[in-house]
Design a protein around this ligand. Structure first.
Ligand code: ARG
Length: 263
């Protein structure tokens, strides 16, 4: 009787050990841990036209970044899916394995981002601009006064700047919002006197709203280099993304996408 119980316990412990091992191989968000055919999550914040945005109530994310990353994935044989979330959740998503790649017009030179994630080669360059109402007489960022309010998106270089300006007393309030569309609405409603926005994104907004808004003054702040990012240490995936980008530039596909979205 005792021998039978021992054999049964041994068999059960072997089954349990095998099951435990199988579960640990499917960790992460479906990235490399899940094997080569796993679907990678590309995380972004999709109110940033023409890089990533949705239109007419659709949940489908479109834009330059989407076309570029989809082309890189095809070139490198990667399966990807896009996940829309708040901008200041993007790097935490990598750190917690809720995402595998950030592609969101993110400036790789800003703050401590490069300490928290590994960024790839630069795929676009930009600067910050001040968007104001069409009838504003504000001449530029250096002309703002301490009674004014400026808005930008939370967690971004513009968002950090409006908060810093408020802390320094240069403006009355720096309003940081989750979506760029809300920032534009604040400007349209007269709730803020300006929005700090990336130049190509402001230009896209002005294409459709030059009757109610304009740029005030020239670019300011630090020059920006947009890059995709992966979890710290995931060099294998980053190398694939960088190779894919290089191949897109070599083949002319990159220039084709620039023409499509920025001409
Ligand atoms: N370039 C700015 C930054 O890196 C803004 C990026 C906003 N991107 C977005 N998809 N909402 O902070």
């Amino acid at each position: 009787m005792k021998k039978k119980t021992l054999v049964l316990l041994l068999a059960m412990s072997m089954i349990f050990t095998f099951a435990l091992g199988a579960c640990s191989k499917s960790g992460g968000s479906g990235g490399d841990e899940g094997g080569d055919d796993a679907t990678l999550k590309v995380v972004t914040e999709a109110t940033f036209a023409p890089f990533e945005f949705t239109e007419d109530g659709s949940e489908e994310i479109v834009g330059f970044d989407v076309d570029m990353m989809n082309a890189i994935a095809e070139d490198q044989g990667l399966k990807i899916e896009w996940v829309n979330m708040e901008f200041d959740s993007l790097i935490p998503a990598l750190e917690s394995d809720q995402g595998d790649i950030i592609c969101a017009g993110m400036n790789k030179l800003a703050g401590d981002r490069a300490e928290k994630a590994d960024f790839g080669e630069t795929y676009f360059e930009s600067d910050l601009m001040l968007l104001v109402a069409a009838d504003s007489d504000l001449s530029g960022i250096d002309a703002v006064t301490s009674d004014m309010k400026l808005a930008s998106q939370i967690g971004t270089t513009g968002g950090d700047m409006v908060q810093e300006m408020a802390k320094e007393g240069k403006i009355a309030e720096g309003i940081v919002l989750n979506q760029w569309t809300d920032c534009y609405m604040q400007l349209q409603n007269g709730d803020v006197q300006g929005v700090i926005v990336d130049k190509p994104v402001g230009e896209a907004y002005l294409k459709a709203h030059s009757d109610i808004a304009k740029f005030a003054g020239d670019k300011f702040g630090d020059h920006e280099e947009f890059a995709f990012a992966v979890k710290k240490g995931n060099t294998e995936l980053l190398d694939k993304l960088n190779t894919g980008l290089a191949n897109l530039k070599e083949s002319g596909k990159y220039d084709e996408l620039v023409d499509k979205w920025f001409s």
